[in-house]
Write a protein that binds this ligand. Structure first.
Ligand code: ME8
Length: 517
């Protein structure tokens, strides 16, 4: 792999970011930071989705212009990602002028090709999903099963996209590429949905929806918000349907992973893929659908008042760095399933894994090194043993998990390496060896643990960049190294640390609760 590109869904700006939005951006950032340790050219795209009836209605209810709402909330998303150390390369807003222009061109191209045609239509529209639903999509009360609201009956003359034309090609692509939809259990879901697809409406009459991108050749219509939003993945790179695309597009497209929530898998694995096929653009390598985060096992919703923001959590626990929250989010669900946030689980897991297990081990070992060897690594202590073998194996296992977006599983491998080192230190009791005057043996035990911690620091870095940086400072390694450079015997002979330089990498969290009881 010589380049790596990852994208997130772009969030609707009709509200402030919550921990569900944060979950996705954190997963993506951790994935990105890991691949940055393996690949030279990388690109991370995220942003916000600003058009559509949902934003129009929210702005109207607040008595402000849609653009004002978008500006205010887009800023909140940006600030939130800064707080969480989300290291994106580009933050796209669908109100960006260059995005709007290319979306218009994409629409015209599909019209020209005959893949878009005009058609009179009546259907049930859910503004929450921003899509038409059929009777069989509704629950027993005639409501949208995701948003719990009755869809509106809409009758309009719209433009339609010939989705059905691409049905067989999409089915074939999914069947022939087992990594195309991840986790693999979601592929069947999509294949089932494909059985019943129809052509989709891709514009709305401006008289009904005016907050959107106008159809260039027919200003009475605005482009359907999902066509606008999905196109962001290529407009952000400077794709041009009529002319040569920018260097960025040529370098980074197709994306290696497009990370989205399970609720919008249909839009990504069917609609988006059909659009790309129609444009003759290469398909992304993998669409990865993550599960949903609940709070205390309840779905987050404005009406129940349990929507919490990452800032609320960070403030409640007086966290200055987002590492603990990032770590918790990545370990809160396995294999693309749903996860849950609770204050108790958060506190318990990060205290156990990051403070007691990882942080204390480093702290104890460095303190012993200063106590018995004045912080020096002696040539005769540099050795390879069972911990070296386990560390090197862990690097491969972590890589394999990341290849499948198994971030919780990869973290578990790192923590189990730390567990092994904790057991090793207790079994070998360097303090007893020192008491008995077996200084060479003692030095080797300490070396083995410290050298293992270099692997732990680099592997945990994508999850906990600040903690890892503090570990690296004390172990005198460069945290920005490539995983290929991470080998045995990273710690060299000579002075490693002064007692005054030793600092805890993560303090146990006590205190408060973020979720109102
Ligand atoms: O769907 N847990 O925007 P959105 C986990 N604009 N993920 C969650 C979540 C939760 N509780 N709530 C939301 C949209 N998400 C469109 C996307 S992409 C071209 C356009 C995830 O603000 C959700 O699954 O409703 C989605 O991936 C993302 O947050 C944005 O959701």
């Amino acid at each position: 792999m010589n380049k790596f590109m990852v994208t997130t869904a772009i969030d609707y700006v009709n509200g402030a970011p919550h921990i569900g939005h944060a979950y996705e951006k954190i997963l993506t950032d951790v994935l990105f930071r890991h691949f940055k340790q393996r690949v030279e050219k990388t690109f991370f795209l995220t942003g916000v989705d600003e058009h559509g009836i949902k934003i129009q209605k929210t702005a109207a209810s607040l008595n402000i212009a849609p653009k004002e709402l978008c500006d205010k909330n887009a800023d909140q998303f940006k600030q939130c990602w800064e707080l969480l150390d989300i290291n994106y390369d580009k933050f796209i807003r669908t109100t960006d002028e260059d995005h709007k222009k290319i979306v218009q061109e994409i629409f015209e191209k599909l019209l020209e090709k005959g893949d878009i045609y005009k058609h009179k239509y009546e259907g049930l529209y859910c503004s929450g999903c921003e899509c038409f639903l059929s009777e069989k999509d509704l629950d027993e009360n005639g409501c949208c099963p995701i948003h719990g609201k009755k869809p509106e009956l809409v009758s309009e003359e719209n433009y339609f996209f010939k989705l059905t034309k691409y049905k067989d090609a999409i089915i074939k692509h999914i069947k022939e590429n087992p990594d195309f939809i991840m986790p693999s259990f979601r592929a069947n879901e999509v294949l089932n949905q494909l059985e019943n697809i129809e052509d989709i409406s891709v514009s709305r009459a401006k008289t009904n929806v005016n907050w959107g991108i106008e159809v260039k050749s027919d200003p009475t219509q605005v482009i359907y918000v999902w066509i606008d939003a999905l196109s962001n993945y290529i407009t952000a790179l400077g794709y041009n349907p009529n002319d040569e695309s920018d260097e960025k597009f040529k370098t980074f497209w197709p994306a290696n992973f497009q990370i989205i929530g399970k609720d919008i898998l249909k839009f990504h694995s069917i609609y988006w893929i059909a659009i790309l096929m129609a444009l003759g653009v290469e398909l992304p390598k993998t669409i990865y659908a993550h599960g949903w985060i609940t709070i205390d096992k309840n779905k987050m919703s404005k009406s129940t008042g349990n929507v919490i923001s990452p800032k609320t959590v960070m403030d409640a626990f007086e966290l200055k760095e987002p590492d603990a929250f990032r770590y918790f989010m990545c370990t809160s669900a396995q294999g693309g399933k749903d996860g849950n946030y609770s204050d108790e689980d958060f506190k318990e897991r990060v205290n156990a894994d990051l403070a007691n297990n990882m942080g204390n081990l480093l702290n104890r070992t460095l303190n012993m090194l200063t106590k018995y060897f004045d912080g020096n690594i002696l040539a005769q202590h540099i050795c390879e043993g069972e911990l070296t073998k386990a560390s090197i194996e862990t690097i491969s296992k972590v890589k394999e998990h990341f290849d499948k977006v198994e971030l919780s599983e990869a973290a578990a491998e790192i923590i189990s390496l730390v567990d092994m080192a904790n057991k090793y230190v207790n079994d070998n009791a360097p303090w007893t060896l020192a008491k008995e005057g077996k200084m060479d043996e003692c030095g080797k035990v300490l070396y083995s643990i410290l050298d293992l911690m270099t692997k732990v620091a680099v592997l945990i870095y994508p999850y906990c960049p600040n903690i890892a940086q503090k570990m690296a400072q004390q172990l005198k390694i460069d945290i920005n190294m490539n995983l290929d450079e991470l080998s045995a015997k990273m710690i060299k002979e000579g002075k490693l640390i002064e007692k005054s330089e030793i600092q805890p990498v993560f303090l146990r969290m006590d205190s408060e609760f973020a979720v109102k009881k």
